[in-house]
Design a protein around this ligand. Sequence first.
Ligand SMILES: [Zn+2]
Length: 300
Amino acid sequence: MRICADVGGSFVDIAMVDADASIHHRAKFPTPTRDWAGFVNIFRRFQSTHAAAMAPDDAICIAIAGLPEPENGRIISANIECIHGRALAQDMSAELGRPVFVINDADAFVLGEARLGAAKGHRRVMGIILGTGVGGGIIADGKVLTGSHGIGGEWGHGQVIFPSPKAPAASPLFQCGCGRTGCLDTIGSARGLERLHHFLHGTTATSKEITLGFAAGEALPSATVDYFTDIVAGILSVMLNTFPATIVPVGGGLSNSAELISAIDRKVRMGMLDAPASPILATTMLGGDAGLLGAYFAAE
Ligand SMILES: [Zn+2]
């Protein structure tokens, strides 16, 4: 058994996870983003409540909305202030008396899908998240690829939006949360899809309304999705020509639209130099459990 947690900017999802990937004693708490003692206490209380179910040396494995620096374990987190700059694994281990392992949440997603889900059996995987933001993780030869500052597979940032003939006026060079302009994140996320829809048509709609409208063949949502899929698939096909993953599991809220994922998939394969005959994008099999289950493997 391991104590696994998926820690986001809003909630801490915590449970005991078995070697056979079964989940027990699952609980959810608001994330105390500015309160370190409160943050540690979620784990301390969970330990004492379920002490009978765990061995003294069972590890704590945390998938975090942040980037752990591989050299010293310090976390860069924009959303959770109380862990930003902390050597999270060491500090929590000192507080809780157990081994603690920390992994970036997008890396946990791709690891979970590679071990148990849509990418099982694949050695080269590019997992992508199209949700609150655009994120991703890469598995090369069965291992998560992490670079300096824990950055690997972060294809959502850096300017990628340039003038397009499909835009009615100037290209939509939106400001990104990372401080840059024209990042994929500003268009490829759920809010980005809504922003793009408003930019193109001057009307507001939720990402769900847009994807449902597209699936139903409505004109405005279809035009938005056509532009959206050009941008997302164009960049993804470059990624796949650079790193030849054999499967791309997709998570995040937008992955709930099978029509959207298959539209991206068709354009991605058109841009690949060595395109497979069958879809390369695969909807997450682990869904909302991917972070928890992927965290389990951080201890290996
Ligand atoms: Zn950015």
